[in-house]
Write a protein that binds this ligand. Structure first.
Ligand SMILES: Cc1cc2nc3c(=O)[nH]c(=O)nc-3n(C[C@H](O)[C@H](O)[C@H](O)COP(=O)(O)OP(=O)(O)OC[C@H]3O[C@@H](n4cnc5c(N)ncnc54)[C@H](O)[C@@H]3O)c2cc1C
Length: 470
């Protein structure tokens, strides 16, 4: 066997696909009973209703240079777009709205539209170049310096500084909701990077969902890899390097602390210490709902959006993000909602629809955020509770049990603090190398970080291929 991949999340399977494409033999070992990691889809509430357990909406999946290069459509992956990408409702029925079209978005923004175009227009025009630059290690020789020169002034600043460009509460709120994907206090440097990336990719590629559920993404990667001869074993957790079948290279879709335990004293001391110091971020508390007739939003436009961010004004979102960072649970947390069925009606049964929602909560928080999430939804969609016919809840503890990579419920597999944004999982020129010859990390703890794009797996596989060719 040329390669063993441990973990069948999108990065592990992307690594396997990259190795198979290069003609290598690959065996994949997955701890869970099914593949997919953070892209699994299941009937959690009403029979037939398809709920995404973790990832839901994929602006980086559709922008991924690797996914675009692989024939994933031939293996069942189909992207579906909602009429609007994102809505950010405010009290009183107002809402910030994001369409894939930059011009349509700006037009609806009134006085803020011109600055929206001047901020994100140059980035979205260069989205393909940007994707190849930023979906990988930060330290590299740029092939598109002009695209990076446009990106840096927005990305290096704090989200709070970038938000000063806009005046209306709707646009500032819309910006806050997307910027908050970084899971950091919005006044910190580099927190502008999430907004810069999401708006650049979103205005170019949109924010699609995968037809039939997010699992279609990893099912397609696995199908491609197996068509090239890869084999997959589920229900087997690798807890020691000694348990691995014979191999020439190994790639681990796991977090650095877990890998330090798996590798034990085979890991060079300096690498082990760096992995043990790796920092995790705040957690997620998730609620999946079955809703009769969909959510009754006060602003009907919100019903047309695939993604809805609930948290009120920029200042409110910033305050709740700062609180969770300090370990305190806000009364009104920032809540992300996905209405995948708006883009992909196959998720629903008749007029009963699956609604995906999670709140940002402190790391490892053990409380119950169900009511806080429902209150935030009711705030902008009064009457929601009467329409709920099924519900499933995943706490931070459930999430980390469901997937060992989500330590303390951290769905980003690591804190996006400034140092780890630039260098993860440790400071060095080769972030995928573990210091053990032929053994690599490829999870979202490596660049470019969280999200379903497979680029951590791709870059780690490139390192592994270089080792095999030596
Ligand atoms: C609630 C939630 C919402 C999200 N929303 C989005 C979204 O809308 N869009 C988006 O792009 N991303 C989203 N994400 C993030 C995205 O799911 C992850 O960033 C992505 O799945 C990371 O991929 P990965 O391959 O690195 O790891 P994972 O997907 O976490 O997969 C790792 C796999 O490795 C396995 N594994 C771990 N340790 C071992 C071991 N020792 N032996 C064997 N197997 C092992 C695990 O069981 C798992 O299957 C979300 C995540 C969550 C949880």
């Amino acid at each position: 066997m040329d390669a063993v991949v441990v973990g069948a999340g999108p990065n592990g399977l992307a690594a396997a696909a990259t190795l198979v494409r290069a003609g290598r033999s690959v065996h994949i070992i997955e701890a869970a009973d099914e593949i997919g990691g953070g892209t699994r889809t299941a009937e959690l509430t009403v029979p037939g209703l398809l709920h995404d357990l973790c990832s839901a909406v994929h602006p980086f999946g559709v922008a991924s240079p690797l996914f675009a290069d692989l024939p994933l459509a031939d293996h069942g992956l189909q992207w579906c777009h909602a009429p609007l990408d994102v809505a950010h409702p405010l009290d009183g029925g107002r809402a910030g709205l994001l369409a894939q079209s930059l011009a349509d978005t700006a037009q609806a923004m009134g006085e803020d539209g011109t600055r929206w175009i001047s901020t994100f227009g140059p980035l979205s025009q260069r989205a393909p170049e940007l994707a190849s630059e930023i979906l990988g290690p930060i330290v590299h020789i740029p092939r598109h310096p002009e695209a990076l020169a446009r990106f840096a002034p927005v990305a290096l600043r704090s989200a709070a500084a970038v938000a000063r460009r806009w005046r209306t509460p709707e646009v500032r709120g819309l910006y806050a909701g997307v910027a908050a994907h970084i899971y950091r206090p919005l006044g910190q440097p580099l927190t502008g990077s999430a907004g810069a990336m999401f708006f650049a990719m979103g205005h170019h590629y949109g924010w699609p969902v995968a037809r039939g559920g997010s699992r279609a993404i990893t099912d397609a990667l696995a199908s491609y890899a197996m068509a090239g001869g890869a084999t997959i074993e589920t229900g087997r957790e690798v807890s020691d390097l000694a348990d691995m079948p014979a191999h020439r290279v190994a790639l681990f879709d796991v977090g650095p602390r877990a890998f330090a335990r798996i590798a034990g004293n085979r890991l060079p001391g300096r690498v082990r210490r760096a992995y043990e110091r790796y920092r995790y971020g705040p957690g997620a508390f998730k609620v999946d709902l079955a809703v009769e007739g969909g959510l009754p939003w006060s602003n009907p436009e919100v019903a047309r959006a695939g993604t809805v961010h609930l948290g009120g004004t920029f200042e409110e979102v910033a305050a709740s993000e700062a609180m969770i960072q300090r370990g305190a649970m806000p009364h009104r947390p920032f809540v992300l909602v996905a209405q995948q069925y708006v883009a992909d009606p196959t998720r629903s049964v008749g007029d009963t629809h699956p609604v995906w929602a999670y709140a940002h909560v402190p790391a490892g928080w053990t409380g119950d955020a169900t009511e806080a999430i429902l209150d935030q939804i009711e705030r902008f969609a009064p009457g929601t509770r009467e329409r709920i016919v099924g519900m499933a809840v995943l706490s931070t503890t459930d999430l980390s049990r469901h997937n060992p990579n989500y330590v303390g419920g951290d769905v980003a597999t690591g804190a996006n603090d400034p140092l780890q944004l630039l260098f993860r999982p440790r400071v060095g020129l080769h972030p995928y190398d573990t210091g053990i010859a032929g053994t690599y990390l490829c999870s979202a703890a490596t660049p470019p970080g969280a999200g379903v794009h497979g680029m951590g797996g791709y870059h780690a596989a490139r390192r592994a291929l270089a080792h095999l060719e030596r």
